[in-house]
Design a protein around this ligand. Structure first.
Ligand code: ZN
Length: 300
């Protein structure tokens, strides 16, 4: 039986907000079983909270924003991707302002903070969303679908008409080890012309070569270059894992994404939730075949 997990004790990540450029900090706080993942604003009266759910996703242009009646949180996906890979079920994520620290533009600092405090099992079984039939979503040339798989696997392809990006593909089974090694360090990226346009609108004021890969027409502006030759597609996988947390429980399936972004992921997740005949909520180890039990030890 796989049990729900939270973290052993509080963990803090400090940095600046990518839009405001102001200092901000985030604290991961253990939560009781069956709580789920919630953002909490410690700077607002009554410490309001907001659950991480697909219905609360309200903007999906450059980043995923979660919004409720009282507050919204921008750029949630990098911190959430670490939760997805570590299978953390219950957690409060406390913020002292409207933004999440951008750190280096990857999930590295969040993952390190969580690894440092460690995880703890709780006394309730974890429920998985086990996909039993394919679920498709497409919009023009963007495609996103999930097919049955005994684990969590991602296949991501991108195609950008830029000499340093072009076509890239990543196919990977997701667990703590593979995420840490192959995905967590991949940084967000942007094009110089878009960054300049955002700054002119008072956005991305904290954005710099310290927290994003920036591309001009010909190449990469960061003096140290890339962390991986295909860092771009790896970051897309990181974003997708973060968005998957809005499903509300770990997914057991193979997610295939082509030219997808936050908007398409959000639509795929909503379609999964609606497709009640195409998945089951299961507890691992209780009502599964031996084959699934054997394969699932990779991702407990
Ligand atoms: Zn991202």
């Amino acid at each position: 039986m796989f049990l729900q997990k939270t973290i052993r004790k509080r963990a803090i990540v400090k940095g600046i907000g990518v839009h405001s450029g102001e200092k901000c900090s985030l604290t991961f706080i253990p939560a009781p079983p069956n709580t789920g993942v919630h953002f909490v604003r410690s700077d607002l009266p009554g410490r309001p909270s907001l659950g991480v759910q697909a219905d609360f996703v309200k903007a999906t242009g450059y980043a995923t924003t979660l919004g409720g009646d009282v507050f919204s949180v921008a750029t949630v996906e990098h911190c959430l991707s670490a939760l997805s890979a570590l299978r953390i079920d219950n957690l409060f994520i406390e913020l002292d302002g409207p933004e999440i620290p951008i750190c280096d533009g990857s999930a590295k600092n969040f993952l390190e903070a969580l690894h440092k405090v460690g995880l703890v099992e709780q006394d309730q079984p974890r429920k998985y969303c086990y996909v039993t039939q394919p679920i498709y979503f497409s919009e023009g040339e963007k495609q996103a679908y999930v097919v049955p798989y005994h684990g969590l696997r991602l296949t991501v392809t991108i195609d950008f008409p830029h000499p340093k990006i072009g076509k890239q593909k990543l196919d990977i089974d997701i667990n703590d080890q593979s995420f840490t090694r192959e995905i967590a360090g991949a940084r967000t990226f942007g094009f110089l012309k878009d960054v300049e346009a955002l700054k002119a609108r008072g956005l991305a004021l904290g954005g710099s070569l310290d927290n994003a890969i920036v591309l001009d027409e010909q190449g990469i502006m960061n003096p140290d270059g890339l962390r991986f030759d295909d860092e771009f597609v790896r970051h897309k996988a990181l974003d997708a894992l973060g968005d998957l947390v809005t499903l509300g429980m770990p997914l057991m399936g193979h997610v295939v994404l082509h030219k997808s972004g936050h908007d398409v992921m959000n639509k795929l997740i909503k379609k999964i939730i609606e497709s009640k005949d195409s998945y089951k909520h299961i507890e691992l180890g209780a009502d599964l075949t031996e084959e699934i039990r054997l394969k699932s030890h990779f991702w407990s």
